[in-house]
Design a protein around this ligand. Structure first.
Ligand SMILES: Cc1cc2nc3c(=O)[nH]c(=O)nc-3n(C[C@H](O)[C@H](O)[C@H](O)COP(=O)(O)O)c2cc1C
Length: 231
């Protein structure tokens, strides 16, 4: 698929077939997801892939009973490391070896800077890790679609219950869940008209920012308005 097709045809799929996504396909998708940009290239993301039926049932339970969580071939728990300095040493060593920075002194300065970020209050570190980790999650979903695999991002889960049920270390933020699989034969979305997107002229502001007061469906590229999402 060319890039525009991937991004304009990708959609969230809520019903999955029983067909398993092969591990090699999953790994190819993760391989591509890793190329997402991140703050200082610190790559704070980790992915917990849940495929076992019992574990999927537990995950569905902490995800407000969302059935697609267990129907999918796998559901991925996207985690963000809350410690910005966790991978600082190898990341800046790489910069030094490849000439992005001139010397050890600069590397030391960068490590100190990132260690400073690690001292920030947890609320700020959560924002920090969410920014980069969400980009990897998006890259995962577009890479999957390009490989013929459907996904569904989810924020509808109980953070504390998830952390407890899956024994997630304190230092990680559950950023989102992503169901992964092949659409069921009778899944609604692949055929349904694509959901409305707000038009460019409404969301883009040059030089000064004045938010529009209201959005309308009039500019939906001439298509009929899709019903509102019910999640
Ligand atoms: C951060 C985020 C959280 C979402 N949470 C849920 C969810 O908990 N359950 C669900 O069914 N869909 C969820 N969605 C999917 C959205 O409803 C969907 O992306 C949106 O309606 C646009 O449809 P599309 O992805 O097919 O273009 C979520 C999407 C995002 C980006």
């Amino acid at each position: 698929m060319d890039y525009e097709d991937v991004v304009t045809t990708r959609r969230s799929i809520h019903e999955y077939s029983d067909e398993e996504v092969p591990r090699e396909t999953l790994e190819e998708i993760f391989r591509q997801a890793r190329f997402a940009p991140s703050s200082f290239n610190l790559q704070p993301w980790e992915f917990l892939v849940v495929r076992d039926d019992e574990r999927l049932a537990t995950l569905a339970e902490v995800a407000n009973g969302q059935e697609h969580v267990e129907q999918a071939s796998a559901t991925v728990v996207v985690l963000g490391n809350l410690d910005p300095s966790a991978h600082a040493e190898p990341v800046f060593e790489d910069w030094l070896r490849k000439g992005y920075i001139p010397d050890e002194e600069t590397k030391g300065y960068l490590i100190d800077t990132v260690e400073g970020l690690s001292e920030l209050p947890e609320a700020e570190r959560r924002v920090w890790t969410n920014r980069s980790t969400a980009l990897a999650a998006q890259q995962f979903m577009t890479a999957a679609w390009n490989e013929g695999v459907a996904t569904l991002p989810m924020e509808g889960f109980d953070d504390d219950a998830l952390v407890e049920a899956f024994d997630i270390d304190d230092g990680y933020e559950p950023v989102m869940l992503i169901a992964v699989g092949y659409p069921a034969e009778d899944a609604d979305e692949p055929e349904a008209e694509r959901k409305f997107r707000r038009p460019v002229e409404e969301i883009v502001h040059y030089e000064t920012f004045e938010p529009v007061e209201e959005t309308t469906l009039a500019a939906d590229e001439g298509r009929e308005a899709a019903p509102p999402a019910d999640d």
